[in-house]
Every structure is written in structure tokens, then in C-alpha cells.
Design a protein around this ligand. Structure first.
Ligand SMILES: Nc1ncnc2c1ncn2[C@@H]1O[C@H](COP(=O)(O)OP(=O)(O)OP(=O)(O)O)[C@@H](O)[C@H]1O
Length: 372
């Protein structure tokens, strides 16, 4: 299948600085992609290059198989058929909702415009809002209108740069789900930039984490969370801690949680220091467990509480427990490692050569007699 958007070893420079470095991405028609990453990592610069506002230093950008950017060639933004929604999505204050939405439909007849406005307003849950002015709308409603305005001319690609960042967290999450549905109904291919991973998880078919201009991984949100291929991805996506371990002769790892076995460790030289990812759901509260610690903090997360636990070895980990079974800060807790998939990183921060996902077998840290 032909990709709708293809970035091929893309480099973008601003002045003397290499801001986007060697980024390759494919989005199929109808897919929603999401770029996550800390502030300043180059997300907006990458979007601007895709939109045609920024020249590329090397590599290329193609839309539906046609090169639109290469070092010697930049197709003008208005020729690309790309829609955009940015953080400061200002609607035209002196135009009605209907006029705002139909603004970009330059070649359409009045009848087509009216029809498209009606259709989009009912899709975004605001039927009958045609005659309102922007100041008569809430922030979330204005953002929906901005989205409808970008969708009205049926762009082949929609770029969204932090579109919900001015909205409160609850509204943001709800809108992310609604917008995904809207894009799917409209069969629009979209690339979203955000630093909010919940938003990315709610919206994306494919997602990636950018760090210092590089795209570290480009896969499904599930894979980013469960199979991060880079320590920065593990750090950035989801809660969790990275613990240090040392590979032992047997292909196991000595760790603060005990000896952990994993197939990928068999290929690593004994004595190699590694780090590994421990998510809150990898450690289950268990009063019988020999692995013990003290609860340092508790955070309410709705159905669950998230606890920060200092193990007796001094290492801090996270765990979850249903919020109706409240555990007190300062109390002792037993934790049982329950890994579905062990993610281990070598010192160079990349994941070790991995065999097919396999739960590690757990050998307890201490013989029973040494507990207590
Ligand atoms: N004109 C410029 N010349 C040189 N460097 C620039 C210029 N404009 C921006 N930068 C730098 O480029 C880097 C990437 O900026 P960019 O806006 O793409 O990041 P971002 O990931 O979108 O950040 P944020 O999440 O804060 O919006 C930043 O370190 C910024 O300081």
C-alpha cells in the first residue's frame, strides 16, 4: 500500500543547528500518528517542514508518493492540500461560526459550503451553531470549530500542533477521543504533536517519541508503552522506574528485585551493567512476599492508588492497588514481581537484542530464612 505521508531520513536545520535529525516516518491513508517528546525536541519544526514552511537539509518528504520536499525543492504550502490546527487556533472574531468553518472552501459554491458546515457542525456535536460568534463559545467549542474549519476543505493530511493544550485536562481527554472519531469518520490522515501521552494514547494509531531531534521509536502506543526500544522512550511514556542490574554468568540479572531471568540476557556478557524498566503494574502488593519496603507517597488515580515505595535496599519503585483498599503512607508493604515482559537496556541506552516477548522467571532475592 502506498503511504500517504512518508518522511525519509529527514534532516531539518535552523540556522547552524540540526533540529530534526534523520527522521523516517510512514503514515498510511486514514491513520492517525502522534509525535510525543519534551519541549524543544523539534516536533513543531518537523510539522513546519511537512507543511512546507521549512526547507529540509537532507532526506525527503512525500505525500501520496509524490516528493513535496527535498534539499533542492520545496513545494509551496498551499499546493500541498494540508490542513493545520495549531495551539493558538484563533478563530476570526468578526466572522460567524459558519463563515469561520467555510473560510478555506474558496472554490466551493454557497450551497456546498452550507451543506459542509451543517455536516461538520453535527459531527462535532454543535448543530445549530452556524450564526454564533467565537466570543459566544466556550474554549472547547472554539477548538471544535477550529478543527471543523481545518477539515472543511477535505485536506489529504491534517497537522495538529498541541491543539488542546489551552484546555483543562478533563476536556482535553474527552476532546481527544471525539476528535479521533471525527477524523476516522472523515477518513482523514493526521499527524498530531503533543507532550501529553494520554492524548497520544487516546488518539494515535502510531506514535513516536522525539528526543533531541531524533525519532527514537515509531510504533503503536501499546508497543511504546510495553516494548520501549530506548531508555528515553521508557522514561517518557507511562509511569515507571528504571532500576540497575548486573548480568550474571547464568544469563540472569542480579537486581534490587532479586534474580531475574530473561532470554535476551543470555546473549550478554556476564558482569555487564544494565538497566531495566519496572512499571507500577509489574509489582503487585503481596503481604507474603519477601521483597519488602515502606510506602513513601500515595496518589489517587480514580480506580487505583499509585504508591511510591522505598524498598529495604533503598531503591524506590511504584506500585498500584485498588483505591478502595487504601494503604497508609509509612506502613510496610510486600511486593511480588509479576512481569509480563521484561524490558532491559544496555549502557548505551538501547534495548538489548530481544528474543520474542517472554515473561521472565523470577527467583526470589533472599532465601526464606533471611526474610523478616
Ligand atoms: N530560528 C531558530 N534558529 C535556531 N534554533 C531555533 C530556531 N527556532 C527554534 N529553534 C530551536 O529549535 C529547537 C526545536 O524547536 P521546536 O519548536 O521544533 O520544538 P518543540 O519540540 O516543538 O518544542 P515545544 O514542545 O516546546 O513546542 C528548540 O531547541 C529551539 O530553541
Amino acid at each position: 500500500m502506498l503511504s500517504l505521508l512518508q518522511l525519509d531520513h529527514l534532516h531539518v536545520h535552523l540556522g547552524q543547528n540540526a533540529i530534526v535529525r534523520n527522521v523516517s516516518v510512514q503514515l498510511e491513508a486514514g491513520e492517525i500518528g502522534c509525535l510525543l517528546g519534551p519541549s524543544g525536541c523539534g516536533k513543531t519544526t518537523l510539522l513546519r517542514a511537512i507543511a512546507g514552511f521549512q526547507q529540509v537539509a537532507s532526506g525527503s518528504i512525500s505525500l501520496a508518493g509524490q516528493t513535496v520536499s527535498a534539499p533542492a525543492f520545496t513545494q509551496a504550502p498551499e499546493k500541498r492540500g494540508i490542513g493545520m490546527v495549531f495551539q493558538d487556533f484563533a478563530l476570526f472574531p468578526h466572522l460567524t461560526v459558519a463563515e469561520n468553518i467555510s473560510f478555506g472552501m474558496r472554490h466551493a459554491s454557497t450551497r456546498e459550503k452550507l451543506q459542509r458546515v451543517d455536516e461538520l457542525l453535527s459531527r462535532i456535536g454543535l448543530p445549530g451553531y452556524q450564526k454564533r460568534y467565537p466570543h459566544e463559545l466556550s474554549g472547547g467549542q472554539q477548538q471544535r470549530i477550529a478543527l471543523a474549519r481545518a477539515l472543511a476543505p477535505r485536506p489529504r493530511l491534517l497537522l495538529l500542533d498541541e491543539p488542546f493544550s489551552s484546555l483543562d485536562a478533563e476536556l482535553r481527554e474527552r476532546l481527544a477521543v471525539e476528535v479521533r472519531q471525527l477524523l476516522k469518520n472523515e477518513q482523514i490522515t493526521a499527524l498530531l504533536v503533543t507532550h501529553d501521552q494520554q492524548e497520544a494514547f487516546a488518539m494515535a494509531d502510531k506514535a513516536g517519541v522525539m528526543y533531541q531531534g531524533e525519532l527514537l521509536q515509531w510504533e503503536t502506543p501499546y508497543q511504546l508503552y510495553h516494548q520501549p526500544r530506548h531508555q528515553m522512550v521508557a522514561d517518557f511514556v507511562g509511569h515507571g522506574v528504571l532500576l540497575q542490574g548486573t548480568v550474571t554468568a547464568s544469563g540472569s540479572m542480579a537486581s534490587p528485585l532479586g534474580m531475574l531471568d530473561h532470554p535476551s540476557l543470555e546473549q550478554v556478557e556476564s558482569g555487564t551493567p544494565v538497566s531495566f524498566l519496572v512499571r507500577p503494574d509489574d509489582l503487585v502488593p503481596d503481604t507474603e512476599s519477601r521483597l519488602r519496603g515502606t510506602i513513601k507517597a500515595r496518589g489517587f488515580r480514580g480506580a487505583h492508588n499509585l504508591y511510591s515505595v522505598e524498598l529495604d535496599s533503598g531503591v524506590e519503585v511504584l506500585t498500584l492497588s485498588p483505591s478502595h483498599e487504601q494503604l497508609e503512607v509509612g506502613s510496610e508493604i510486600g511486593l511480588r514481581p509479576d512481569f509480563d515482559h521484561l524490558v532491559v537496556f544496555a549502557a548505551d541506552r538501547c534495548e538489548l537484542p530481544s528474543l520474542p516477548s517472554q515473561a521472565p522467571s523470577f527467583r526470589p532475592v533472599l532465601p526464606k530464612t533471611q526474610s523478616a
